[in-house]
Design a binder for this molecule. Sequence first.
Ligand SMILES: NC(=O)c1ccc[n+]([C@@H]2O[C@H](COP(=O)([O-])OP(=O)(O)OC[C@H]3O[C@@H](n4cnc5c(N)ncnc54)[C@H](OP(=O)(O)O)[C@@H]3O)[C@@H](O)[C@H]2O)c1
Length: 249
Amino acid sequence: MKDRLKDRIALVTGASSGIGEATALALAEQGGKVAIAARRKDRLEQLAAKLADLGAEPLVLAADLTREAEAQRIVRETEARYGRLDILVNNAGVMYLEPVAEADLGRWRSMLELNVLSLIASTQAALGGMRARREGHVVNVSSVAGRVANPMAAAYAATKFGVVGFSESLRREVYKDNIRVSVIEPGMVDTELRQHVAHEASQRAVNVRAGEMRQLQAEDIADAILFCVTRPDYVCINEVLMRPTDQER
Ligand SMILES: NC(=O)c1ccc[n+]([C@@H]2O[C@H](COP(=O)([O-])OP(=O)(O)OC[C@H]3O[C@@H](n4cnc5c(N)ncnc54)[C@H](OP(=O)(O)O)[C@@H]3O)[C@@H](O)[C@H]2O)c1
C-alpha cells in the first residue's frame, strides 16, 4: 500500500547515512514530504535527488546539531518551507565507546549535546505548531543501550537511557494535545556508527561483537518507524525494542 503519508510533512535528523537515510526514503515512498538534516551536505544532496524522484519535495538542512540553536533552526525552516511539521524523527546520534577511566570528556560532552540536548531542543521547537494543530508525532531513536548498560558504553548508555526517560515524560505531557511520542530502541545495526569510535580497543570489541551476528539493516529500523507513524491517530506505539535474532544482550 502506497500513499499512507500523502502530504504529511516529516523532518528526519541524521539523514546523511544509515537509519536516517533509510527512514527518509521509507517516508517518501509513502507520499510524505521530507526535510533532511545532518552535517554532510553532499550526502544530503545525493539523498535529496532520490527523494525528489519520489515526489517528496525535499528540503536539505546542513546543520551541526551539537548546537541547540541549530536544532531549533531546522524545525523553523521546515515549518517555513511546508507550512507545518507533522512527524519529527530525532535520529542523529553518535556512539563514542570508551572506558570511564580513560574517557575523553570533551568527546562525551559533544555526544550528550547531540544525542540528548539537541533532541530535546528540536522537540521543544516542534511542540508549538503541533499543539496549535492538535496533532503531531515525535519519534526518538534511542537504542538497546537505553535499556541495557554495557561496559565501554557508560556515556552512550547515559544518553540513550536519557532519551527513553525524556520520551516517556514528554508523552505524558502532550498526549492530551493528540501528540504521539514513540521511542525506537534498535540493537546492532549495520551502519557507519561504529566507525566513529576513536578508542581502539573499544572499536575492536564492538566490531568483533558485530561480526558474530546477523545484524539488523537500516531498512529494518525504517520499517519500524514507518509502522509507528502510519497507525490510526488513536494508536500510539510508545516503544519498539528490536534486536537481531542473534543478539543476546
Ligand atoms: N547502528 C546501530 O547499531 C544503532 C543501534 C541503536 C541505535 N542507533 C542509533 O541510531 C541513530 C542513527 O545511527 P546510525 O546507526 O544510522 O549511524 P550513522 O550512519 O553513523 O548515522 C548517524 C547520523 O547522525 C548524523 N550526525 C552525527 N553527528 C552529527 C552532528 N553533530 N550534527 C548533525 N548530525 C550528526 C550523521 O550525519 P553527519 O555525519 O553528516 O553529520 C548521520 O547522518 C543514532 O542515534 C544511533 O545512536 C544505532
